[in-house]
Structure formats: C-alpha cells, structure tokens
Write a protein that binds this ligand. Structure first.
Ligand code: ATP
Length: 245
C-alpha cells in the first residue's frame, strides 16, 4: 500500500549528496559539492538548458549507469526502506530496487503501447508478487493519487495512447507511484502540456508531497514559486542549493 509520511517532523534530512561529479564522454558535466534533500519537501531544480539538471536527477537513482559513456564519482546517501543507503556502493543487482524507491517520471509521457490497465500491471508484476486484489487496490490508489482514476476507471482496457497528453503524463506518474517509491524525480513533468493541464499536474505535485519527497525540474519561475520548498540551482554544471523559499 502507498503510505503517508504526514506526521514526519519538518525539514528532516533524508538525502545527502557530497563531492558528486558526473562525466559524459570524459567531460565533467555536473559537479555538486554538497546538497541536502528533505523529507516530504518539494525541491525544484532550475537552470538553463544544458546546465545538467537531467544528469543530476539521473544521478539520484543511478540511471546514468545505463549510459555507456557515463562515469560517476562521489557519494549520495539516501534514506530508503528506513535505512541510510550509500547508493554509490550498491551492486548492479540492487539497482532495480533503488529505481523503484527513487522513481522517475520523464519530460514527455512514455506510456507502453498497451492498455491503461497493462501500463499499471506490467511494471507492478515485474517488481512484486501480489494477489489480484492487492494489484487492483494499488492500481486504483496510484491512479487516484495521480488524479486520473475518475477519468479512466470505466475504460481501463483503452489503449494508453488514446489518452490526452496530460492524462498520459498522469498515467506515467501513477505507474511510478504504484511501485511504492519514497523519492520522486520529475524531469520537467509539464514540459509538453498546455496551461490548464500544467496547473492540474502542479496541484497534484503539491498533494503528493504529503507522501513523497520530490525533486522536480522546472524552467518556469511561476511554477518554481508555486511548488518549491527548496530551490536547487544548476549553472554550467554546478549544482547547488538555494535558501529555502
Ligand atoms: N548521453 C549524453 N552523452 C554525452 N553528453 C550528454 C548526454 N546527455 C547530455 N549530455 C550533455 O550533458 C550536459 C548536461 O545535459 P543535461 O541533459 O543534464 O542538461 P539539462 O539542464 O537537463 O538540459 P535541458 O534543460 O535542455 O533538458 C549537456 O552539455 C549535454 O549536452
């Protein structure tokens, strides 16, 4: 089940990045000397195009390891499953679990070319052994958290690509939420959406902070001021924390 952390104390540190350096093609593209991540807070990562925002997000769940030209140094310690976890020390076999706990949603919606229901169930079944009622409960809860349940509950067999762009992005968010993350990485989740859909997703992100720690990329000043508890700046590959907003 997807738990709430609402009763947690304010500004509890659940992540520490230290002396991080990521190189792509032997060129250092991001450096982060020191950064803290706070439980149930929304961290908005801002900066110009090419400044290293996506690379930094991918460092937080070791997705850069999937790039053959990437090399990462430094340490990232995250609290996962109630334990301090040095993610830089995890073995390759531990990475699928890390990526479920530190789930990511990408800039453009990327649903699988199957039904809404299968988009939810395929990753869930690959990750966990659950009974049918448990699968149904988690699917419904994740779709509710993503604000999509009422729009799709009567047409779960519809092909996911028949949904609107905003609905597809919510489905991708629900698919990630169903895998029981603790930290959510959102890479410009509203980049391809119109203003109305953008506002809906922003409101959903604000609600999700009751349950999850969020790091989201934004190019919009208005969105940053609406969402951010903390701002992280990316400037020419230097990633650093701003003061709390
Ligand atoms: N797969 C890759 N191989 C080599 N270099 C890459 C790769 N991906 C990104 N880069 C380079 O790394 C730097 C940081 O890119 P990154 O995508 O992290 O920036 P960004 O701030 O997220 O940009 P945007 O806002 O445009 O999405 C850029 O100079 C980019 O050209």
């Amino acid at each position: 089940m997807i738990h709430s952390n609402k009763s947690m104390p304010a500004n509890k540190i659940i992540g520490n990045v230290s002396e991080l350096e990521v190189a792509l093609d032997n060129k250092v593209v991001i450096k982060c000397d020191q950064l803290e991540i706070y439980q149930n807070k929304i961290h908005v990562l801002t900066g110009p195009s090419g400044s290293g925002k996506s690379t930094f997000l991918r460092a937080l769940n070791r997705l850069n390891d999937c790039l053959s030209n990437a090399r990462t140094r430094g340490s990232i310690c995250l609290q996962i499953d109630g334990k301090e976890t040095s993610i830089d020390k995890l073995k390759p076999t531990q990475l699928p679990h890390l990526r479920r706990k530190v789930g990511m949603v990408f800039q453009s919606p990327n649903p699988l070319p199957v039904s809404i229901e299968k988009n939810m169930l395929l990753p869930l079944r690959a990750a966990y052994k659950l009974s049918k009622p448990e699968e149904q409960e988690i699917t419904q809860q994740a779709l509710q958290l993503a604000g999509l349940w009422h729009e799709v509950k009567d047409r779960m067999h519809l092909a996911a690509d028949k949904l609107s762009g905003g609905q597809q992005q919510r489905l991708c968010l629900a698919r990630t939420l169903a895998l029981q993350p603790e930290i959510l990485l959102l890479d410009e989740p509203t980049a391809s959406l119109d203003p109305q859909m953008t506002e809906q997703i922003e409101d959903t992100i604000l609600q999700l902070a009751d349950r999850f720690t969020i790091v989201t990329v934004s190019h919009s000043l208005a969105q940053t001021s609406k969402l951010a508890d903390f701002i992280i700046k990316a400037e020419d590959g230097i990633i650093s924390a701003s003061q709390p907003t």
